[in-house]
Design a binder for this molecule. Structure first.
Ligand code: NAD
Length: 486
């Protein structure tokens, strides 16, 4: 049974407010709970609690103890795995088979990986000669950046939130998290786990609400916040960057994408189809790294489109508990109308509809849910808005190409630059392409294969900064040089 009232978590306490907003489940769009919206006063209390924790027990804690606590968090999330799974699936409607495999285990693992990183990361050291014939030594010393404001999206709520909170806490910071208004449950549930394992109060705080004129804006404009980390749409990222300009505060931005997959005729066909199916349709297409543009070398084009169509049509829409469900709903009615407006636009722009294009026929109360069909188009010009703009739904356009130069130019001709997947057996070509693609993440013969020690982030309008492994330390710590004259 998932909670009906979702509160804020401030200074180790669950806090209601006078203002509630509805929590809906996307499978039926029914209201299944209500969320206490944090106002300026609650956001201020959360930031003050985070500052006090920094100045108190948490700031004074040894690294070894901090690491123990982070490891205890992993164990306790794992103990309460089913509760996290139910909460995440109630908010997102995604198949439990997916969330049990990705969202919850990865959400927990993010604490472990960064506990390991901070335990093992060395510091730099330089010795120099001084004019008096003696010497000096320099070493780098990392200290926490302070109170970090963490603004999260709804597509992988726990996973993307702990991807930021894990390294932030590992580095000794405190956080105030603003989960997406669509998916507040797991962030609040994590508050219980923080208390249970003994994370000091004020280290982890959650404030619920929306963006403008609500908890999001109150948090990003709060002068007590030292750094802002954000995952979400590029336009929102721009607003957050503007807010961060006051006080010249650092930002880490993980934003939108319009990712291209490039399939050469010499690829392992079955692997390319399997990978492209996942990259286009997993999580109902609501993955920032997902593919919305597929370029296929001409000799393989017809066969590829036919196989992708068969795969898309075999994806059964279903509720989280349905073990046979291959695809869940979109996150909300609002997002459903956005995706359907692109489905319409594609036809206006001249697309040939290969499959999908509408809403599946769902039984009973599911009729009111946020479902859309997996959709494939061909035949659009590269200038079409459907080729240029992020839809964030289960859809892709497939286009043929004849040469490496041609496909590189097309794939790179986009304002976003997050990820790509290149499918080929030619190793030299794979390296060449991976290096020339204007993206932060280039996969060859795979997709979403993540070693959490590696850098993660986007180029162009997809992001600023890199998170993952030691790269997260660049954002979550201040690196200070200590110079000692001997
Ligand atoms: P969104 O930008 O609408 O919302 C993200 C968060 O920002 C929410 O918590 C929202 O309440 C908050 N917000 C909105 N306006 C704000 C403001 N003015 N000030 C402060 N906070 C504000 O994004 P979304 O719809 O939740 O997520 C989908 C988007 O996220 C897609 O564009 C997707 O590509 C992107 N995304 C990127 C990555 C990545 O790693 N690059 C990962 C996942 C999702």
């Amino acid at each position: 049974m998932v909670a009906k009232d979702i509160l804020n978590f401030i200074d180790g306490e669950f806090v209601a407010t006078g203002k509630w907003f509805a929590n809906r489940t996307p499978t039926t769009n029914a209201v299944i709970g209500r969320v206490a919206e944090a106002g300026k006063a609650e956001v201020d209390a959360a930031v003050r609690a985070a500052r006090a924790a920094l100045a108190g027990h948490w700031g004074a804690m040894t690294l070894a103890r901090r690491v123990e606590l982070l490891e205890a968090l992993v164990a306790e999330i794992t103990n309460r795995f089913d509760e996290f799974l139910d909460a995440e699936c109630a908010d997102t409607g995604k198949p439990k088979s997916l969330a049990a495999h990705i969202d919850i285990p990865r959400g927990a693992a993010n604490f472990k990986i960064f506990a390991d990183v901070v335990k093992n990361v060395p510091s730099e050291f330089f010795e120099m000669a001084t004019p008096d014939g003696r010497s000096a030594i320099n070493y780098g010393y990392r200290r926490p950046v302070g109170v970090v404001g963490v603004i999260c999206p709804w597509n992988l709520p726990l996973l993307l939130m702990t991807w930021k909170v894990g390294p932030a806490l590992a580095c000794g910071n405190t956080v105030v998290v603003k989960p997406s208004e669509e998916t507040p449950r797991t962030a609040v549930l994590l508050g219980e786990v923080m208390n249970k394992v003994g994370i000091p109060k004020g280290v982890y705080n959650v404030v619920n609400g929306f963006g403008p004129n609500s908890a999001g804006e109150f948090l990003t404009t709060h002068p007590g916040v030292d750094a802002l980390t954000f995952t979400g749409e590029t336009r929102t990222g721009e607003s957050i960057m503007k807010a961060a300009a006051t006080g010249a505060r650092p930002v880490s931005l993980e934003m939108g994408g319009k990712n291209a997959a490039i399939v050469f005729a010499d690829c392992d066909f079955d692997a390319a189809i399997e990978g492209t199916m996942r990259s286009c349709f997993a999580n109902c297409g609501q993955v920032c790294l997902g593919t919305e543009r597929v370029y296929v070398e001409r000799p393989l084009f017809d066969r590829f489109v036919a196989a992708l169509k068969a795969g898309a049509e075999a994806l059964k829409p279903g509720v989280p508990d349905d073990a046979a469900a291959g695809i869940g709903p979109l996150i909300s009615k609002e997002h459903q109308s956005k995706v359907l407006s692109y489905y319409k636009l594609a036809l206006v722009e001249g697309a040939t509809l290969v499959t999908g294009g509408g809403v599946p026929d769902m039984p009973g109360e599911l009729k009111d849910g946020c479902w859309v069909q997996p959709t494939i188009w061909t035949g659009l010009p590269e200038t079409a808005r459907v080729i240029k703009e992020e839809v964030f739904g289960p859809c892709c356009h497939v286009a043929p190409f004849d040469s490496e130069d041609e496909v590189l130019a097309k794939a790179n001709d986009n304002l976003y630059g997050l990820a790509t997947s290149i499918w080929t057996r030619d190793l030299s070509r794979a390296h060449r392409m991976a290096q020339k693609m204007e993206v932060g993440l280039a996969w060859v013969n795979s997709w979403f294969l993540r070693d959490l020690r590696t850098p993660f982030g986007g180029s162009k309008q997809s992001g600023i900064g890199r998170e993952g492994g030691v790269h997260s330390l660049e954002f979550y710590t201040e690196l200070k040089n200590v110079c000692i004259k001997l």
